[in-house]
Design a protein around this ligand. Structure first.
Ligand code: NAD
Ligand code: ZN
Length: 250
C-alpha cells in the first residue's frame, strides 16, 4: 500500500509522542470475523442488548442472553488477531504504548501477544464466565454442553446466576479498570481511538479526557464519530491496512 499523507501523518505523530495510549472498540475485531454493534448490519440491528436488570429479574432474559452467547461461540473461538491487533502489539512491544484500553470482550489483544497486565478491559471478557454472587469462574464449553443437552441455564452451586465476565448495559463499571484507564489517559501525549463509534459512555469519555488534558487525539474509524470535530487527525478508513502501514507490520 502506498504511503499516502494520512499514513505519513499518523506515523509522524506516533514518532513524535512519548506516551501513546491506544483505545479500541469492536471495529478492530471485525477483520477477525467478529461483528461489531453499530456498523450497518452489526449485532445491534439484529439484537438489542439485554439490560443487566432484566438478566437478574427474568429467567427468559438469562436464557436468551446465553442462547446469543452460545450462537457466537464458534465465531469467537475461531477468531484470530488481525493486522490491526498485530500493529498495536508491535507498538506495545516497542515500548511506545504502555497500555491498551479496550471496550472489547474478545481477548484478541492478549492473544496478539500483549501482556494481560497492559490490556485494560473496560467491559470485561466473554471468553469465560463467573458467578455474580461468589465470583467462581466457569468455562464456556462446560456451560454450553449442559445448556444444549439439558436446557440448563447456567447457575452456581451457591445459588447465584452465572454470566459471562462482561459488563452489561446497566451493570456497574469495574472500578480498578476505570481507575487505571483514567491514569493512563492522563499520562498520554498521544491518544489513538480505533474502531469505536464513541457513543458508549463512560468508555467514550477517555478520548475526550485525553484531549482536554492536552494530548493529541487521533481517531481511526471508517464511519464518523461524535468526537471527530475535536480530533487532531481523523482517518476514515479501514483499520488493519492503515495501522499496519503506519507501524510497518504485515
Ligand atoms: P461499535 O460497534 O459501536 O462501533 C464500531 C465502529 O468501528 C463503527 O463505527 C464502525 O464504523 C467501525 N469499524 C468496524 N470495522 C471497521 C474496520 N475494519 N475499519 C475501520 N472501522 C471499522 O463498537 P464500540 O464503540 O466498541 O461499542 C460496542 C460495544 O459492544 C463495546 O462496548 C463492546 O464491549 C461491545 N462489543 C464488543 C465486541 C468485541 O469484543 N469484538 C464486538 C461487538 C460488541
Ligand atoms: Zn456462586
Amino acid at each position: 500500500m502506498p504511503q499516502d499523507s494520512d499514513i505519513v501523518a499518523l506515523a509522524r505523530m506516533i514518532g513524535e509522542a512519548n506516551y501513546v495510549v491506544v483505545f479500541t472498540g469492536a471495529g478492530i475485531s471485525t477483520e477477525s470475523g467478529i461483528p461489531d454493534f453499530r456498523s450497518p448490519g452489526g449485532l445491534w440491528t439484529r439484537n438489542a442488548p439485554i439490560d443487566f436488570s432484566d438478566f437478574m429479574r427474568s429467567h427468559e432474559a438469562r436464557k436468551e442472553t446465553w442462547r446469543r452467547r452460545f450462537n457466537m461461540d464458534a465465531t469467537l473461538r475461531e477468531a484470530r488477531p488481525n493486522r490491526g491487533h498485530r500493529a498495536v502489539a508491535q507498538l506495545v512491544h516497542d515500548g511506545k504504548v504502555p497500555a491498551v484500553i479496550t471496550q472489547n470482550i474478545d481477548g484478541l489483544h492478549q492473544e496478539s501477544g500483549i501482556p494481560a497486565d497492559q490490556v485494560i478491559e473496560l467491559h470485561g471478557n466473554t471468553t469465560y464466565a463467573t458467578c455474580l454472587d461468589c465470583a467462581q469462574r466457569f468455562e464456556i464449553d462446560d456451560l454450553r454442553i449442559e445448556f444444549e443437552r439439558d436446557g440448563i441455564v447456567p447457575h452456581c452451586a451457591c445459588g447465584g446466576w452465572v454470566k459471562t465476565a462482561t459488563v452489561s448495559f446497566g451493570q456497574s463499571m469495574p472500578p480498578e479498570a476505570m481507575r487505571r484507564a483514567q491514569k493512563e489517559t492522563l499520562a498520554a501525549d498521544l491518544f489513538i481511538a480505533i474502531g469505536s463509534s464513541l457513543v458508549v459512555y463512560p468508555a467514550a469519555g477517555f478520548p475526550e479526557l485525553a484531549k482536554r488534558n492536552g494530548a493529541r487525539l487521533v481517531i481511526l474509524n471508517r464511519e464518523p464519530t461524535g468526537l471527530d470535530p475535536i480530533a487532531d487527525l481523523v482517518l476514515s478508513r479501514s483499520i488493519g491496512e492503515t495501522l499496519g502501514a503506519a507501524v510497518g507490520v504485515d
